[in-house]
Design a protein around this ligand. Structure first.
Ligand SMILES: *Cc1c(COP(=O)(O)O)cnc(C)c1O
Length: 393
């Protein structure tokens, strides 16, 4: 029997039909479907502007460029995140400045931001890691007081919510200056690969649209639709960061499913929290009173006397796949050479989180049988340890 996977995208005939419709229309690259997806996404998160791109990494790159990050600048972020967060900073020739995450959580520790600010700091990228909103109210307040723009890496946070000035709002309104989303299959909704930038700033949005299409002054859609001959020009360096209309058509179907997907994910997370609580060997993820996670991932913290790899192997032997906690970028060879990153605070919590956390299976189609299998396997693994401790006492 195949083990319970960590994640599984929700895709069926509806997405197939959507792609079929686009293919048969004869227009397959960025066009009317992308425009419709952008409008629907903006509507969903409550953003003024939404611009679709090829993935979240390219979204982060454009966001950094839009706020003016250039060679030699510094951008404050966490090491405890997927490598793309910092790679996008390096695409600008800038240097990632890493601060630690909060003790007991997986997001940036706002207390450490001020100490990392220098005259070269041009932006802060905060990450809503695992779908759990980071403390935007505090982060934005610090950033505003120093005149530094905030880019939200919301790759995992489509559909997550935050209590903002007394109202529940979607991540991506955005609450910082720009939010960047991912539609990779490992996230809650997918277009195969894909990304989205949201902002309230029309000038940023104009730049995203220019740069994603080679810096070309007019889009294909405008040229094809024109009754007059138009010659395009290239006023600035751009990229090919377009989303295709086939991807966007899938995205529109996924967006329709999103509320159901998130409701289901929240139900599963609640079951995990109820069934796995009260065990000394485990610390459950904490949802602050001002946050509602989409539960893109459910991350369990193991007590330090448990061996992460051993627990993961025991679970796999019992038919349950897991992944280890989020990586630390500063430990990877691509970053260890001097000058490629700065460390502004001890990264102790980031390293401990990587070494002692495991990500449990969580996907909307999980059956009660899958859920029971995971809970039983985890319970067995840690109860052996609890028994050993009782015997020792
Ligand atoms: C997945 C992820 C990304 C990269 O997204 P892509 O769409 O694959 O480029 C960036 N940041 C975080 C935190 C992620 O989890």
């Amino acid at each position: 029997m195949n083990p319970v996977p960590v994640a599984k995208p929700v895709l069926d005939e509806r997405e197939v039909e959507a792609v079929r419709r686009v293919i048969l229309s004869g227009w397959v690259t960025q066009g009317p479907e992308v425009a419709a997806f952008e409008e629907e996404f903006a509507d969903f998160v409550g953003a003024r502007h939404a611009c679709a791109v090829s993935n979240c990494t390219t979204a982060l790159h454009l966001a950094l460029r839009a706020v003016g990050v250039d060679a030699g600048d510094e951008v404050i972020t966490v090491s405890h995140t997927f490598i793309a967060t910092a790679n996008a900073i390096r695409y600008c020739g800038a240097v990632p400045v890493f601060v630690d995450i909060e003790k007991g959580g997986y997001n940036i520790d706002p207390d450490l931001i001020e100490g990392a600010i220098t005259p070269r700091t041009k932006a802060i990228i905060c990450v809503h890691q695992l779908g759990m909103p980071c403390d935007l109210a505090r982060i934005v307040a610090i950033a505003v007081s120093h005149g530094i723009p905030v880019i939200e890496d919301a790759a995992c946070a489509t559909g997550s919510e935050i209590l903002w000035k007394g109202r529940w709002e979607k991540i991506g309104k955005p609450h910082g200056d720009i939010a960047c989303f991912s539609f990779h299959p490992r996230k809650v909704v997918t277009t195969g690969d894909g990304g989205m930038l949201t902002t309230a700033n029309p000038e940023y949005d104009r730049k995203f649209r220019l740069w994603r299409q080679h810096g070309m002054s007019v889009t294909d859609a405008v040229r094809h639709g024109s009754k007059q001959v138009i010659f395009e020009s290239y006023p600035e360096l751009g990229y090919n960061y377009r989303m295709t209309d086939m991807q966007a058509a899938v995205g529109r179907e996924q967006l329709k499913r999103l509320p159901t997907i998130i409701a289901q994910r929240r139900k599963i997370a609640k079951q995990y929290a109820e069934q796995l609580s009260g065990r000394s060997a485990l610390a459950l993820p904490v949802e602050p009173t001002w946050a509602r996670s989409n539960w893109q991932s459910f991350c369990l913290r193991l007590s330090e006397d448990l061996d992460q790899r051993e627990v993961m192997q025991q679970l796999l032997d019992k038919g349950v796949s897991t992944r280890r906690g989020i990586m630390n970028i500063h430990l990877e060879d691509a970053y260890t050479q001097t000058g490629l990153h700065f460390v502004a605070s001890s990264l102790r919590e980031s390293v401990l989180a990587q070494q002692h956390s495991i990500i449990l299976p969580l996907f909307a189609q999980m059956t009660n049988y899958d859920l029971a299998a995971v809970i039983e396997a985890v319970s067995l693994s840690v109860s052996e340890r609890d028994l050993a401790i009782e015997r020792a006492v």
